[in-house]
Design a protein around this ligand. Structure first.
Ligand code: XMP
Length: 520
């Protein structure tokens, strides 16, 4: 499944910045199609006329480490407008005759920059005093302006904070316009796309919906498709999209691992089977999962056991449906972007994610991944366009291994039951206080420690419940949510007073990094 190669686009060249995906998301938010390509893939790349602009991302490299990145000066000859960001700005400067050096002061965080010259790139960017606040994060800086370039703005430490070629459409910014901290950052991207690259909006959810449905119909014909439904946003959107395309030839299999949130299975059946009338095979495998996880404490072992058992069960049920040719999966664009590390290798594995990736090979099925060019927020919009309920669309992410990775140490039926209740109270309280949508992800976890408490006149000796609530853009980095004291008191009382088995509540105040969002 691919997008129309005739679509005009912005090409984003990734040098390993943690913000590359944000550049792409900002571009798409403006209704403009864009693709990310890692700098390793530039050799023999076809810079055809559909590429209307190029953005060079930031990255942790130094421009003089030439053996660590690939970039060909020829790119400046295609007459395609280029915007370099941070490392991109430095490389653009160096290759055009400028100089880059390690700066005396590492600039990190919010910095004021001052306008020196007018530019089409900075239209409506500066305030009335000709300055604005931007987010800097760099150790090197441009120290000599490249030939035929002029300065557009400077900060106290970076003389060449924004530069521009005098005749060609080449621009460099030392800061990060793609992050929300840069006050008018979106203006830079907007001006580049619309005023400099002169692009017209070409990326609409409605068009994508129709196009995706048509593509699925063309590919699947009258064959059967299976899909693992979890009730989460991605698989729900895939299921609904497939249903619109192939109707009753879609078979969804929903495996209840017993590690889902409270009443989740009931909601999934109600929505997909009863309301949307999708073929849904419900498998209750609670006992099998809990048995297999008995006495397992190692997080990676837990993940593997759950992943393998899930695949086995899914495969068994899928076999019962005759003549299936396709498997639909909710792979998203961020899953495909290769270069999450600078060197092109995968970043060191922190957790093995649970998915059904092993299935197609084993079952000889062709894969359908209709969401593989979309970001999460685009998937949500597509879901709304497909008339899925807001409740499904705005749900917080939930990991494949479910509550198992929120119960460090051995998992028992009793612990799962306690945790389901605690999580339910927490999430309901967030909804009641209008906080749910302000938080990217929230959950309760049950720690494998018992502590002493007192209730009435009695001593208690029960588990510790940890609450986690974070804000994030994409789950790659996260900050804890700053609740009011009264909310924390209320939820702590509710949990301890209503749930037998918990007598203490703690709140996780670590960010990611250094912590991860889930506990295991
Ligand atoms: P971490 O814990 O790695 O989580 O900071 C980042 C995001 O990924 C989710 N997560 C998973 N999602 N399968 C999934 O589909 C998994 O195995 C898995 N593990 C973590 C996590 O909930 C958070 O949103």
């Amino acid at each position: 499944m691919s997008f129309d190669p005739n679509l005009e686009k912005i090409l984003i060249i990734d040098f390993g910045s943690q913000f590359t995906q944000l550049i792409a998301r900002r571009t798409r938010e403006f209704g403009i199609y864009c693709e990310i390509i890692t700098h390793f893939k530039l050799k023999n790349f076809d810079f055809n006329e559909k590429i209307k602009g190029i953005i060079l991302s930031g990255g942790p490299l130094n421009v003089y480490e030439v053996n660590k990145y690939s970039f060909d000066k020829k790119i400046f000859k295609y007459n395609i407008p280029i915007l370099g960001i941070c490392f991109g700005h430095q490389i653009l400067s160096k290759l055009n005759g400028g100089k880059v050096k390690q700066s005396k002061h590492r600039e990190f965080g919010l910095v004021n920059i001052f306008q020196k010259n007018k530019s089409i790139l900075t239209k409506n960017f500066f305030n009335k005093k000709n300055l604005t606040e931007v987010w800097m994060s760099h150790a090197d800086q441009v120290t000599k302006l490249p030939k035929n370039f002029k300065v557009i703005a400077s900060s106290q430490n970076s003389k060449f904070a924004i530069i521009q070629h005098k005749r060609q459409n080449l621009f460099g910014v030392q800061f990060h316009p793609e992050v929300t901290h840069t006050k008018n950052g979106k203006k830079i991207i907007n001006n580049f796309i619309f005023l400099i690259c002169k692009m017209k909006k070409n990326w609409f959810v409605k068009d994508q919906k129709l196009k995706l449905i048509q593509e699925i119909q063309d590919r699947v014909g009258s064959n059967k498709v299976i899909c693992a439904l979890s009730g989460g946003v991605d698989s729900s959107v895939v299921a609904q999209l497939l249903y619109k395309a192939v109707g009753k030839n879609l078979y969804c299999i929903f495996v209840n691992t017993g590690l889902l949130r409270k009443n989740e299975e009931v909601q999934v059946i109600k929505t997909f089977k009863k309301k949307l009338k999708i073929n849904l095979i419900y498998v209750n495998a609670e006992k099998e999962f809990i048995n297999k996880l008995k006495n397992i404490t190692d997080p990676e072992k837990k993940r593997k056991i759950i992943g393998n058992l899930f695949i086995k069960i899914f495969e068994n049920y899928a076999k019962k449906i005759k003549n299936v040719k396709f498997l639909a999966q909710g792979t998203l664009y961020p899953d495909l972007i290769e270069s999450k590390s600078v060197t092109g290798s995968q970043t060191s594995k922190i957790k093995s994610h649970h998915n059904v990736g092993g299935l197609p090979k084993k079952m000889k099925l062709s894969l359908i991944e209709p969401l593989k060019f979309l970001f999460k927020d685009e998937v949500r919009n597509l879901g709304l366009e497909l008339k899925l309920s807001r409740e499904i669309i705005s749900r917080h992410p939930f990991p494949g291994p479910g509550l198992a990775i929120r119960i460090p140490g051995p998992i028992t039926k009793e612990k799962v039951k306690i945790l389901k209740e605690a999580d339910y109270y927490f999430i309901e309280s967030l909804r009641d206080h209008g906080l749910y949508d302000k938080i990217w992800q929230a959950y309760a976890a049950l720690l494998p420690v018992k502590t002493v408490g007192v209730m009435g006149d009695n001593r208690t000796y029960e588990y510790l419940c940890l609450l986690r609530a974070i804000t994030s853009e994409d789950g790659m980095t996260a900050d804890f949510y700053d609740f009011s004291k009264s909310f924390m008191q209320e939820i702590s009382n509710k949990i301890v007073n209503s749930i037998r088995g918990i007598n203490r509540v703690v709140y996780d105040i670590t960010s990611k990094p250094p912590s991860t969002i889930e506990l295991e």
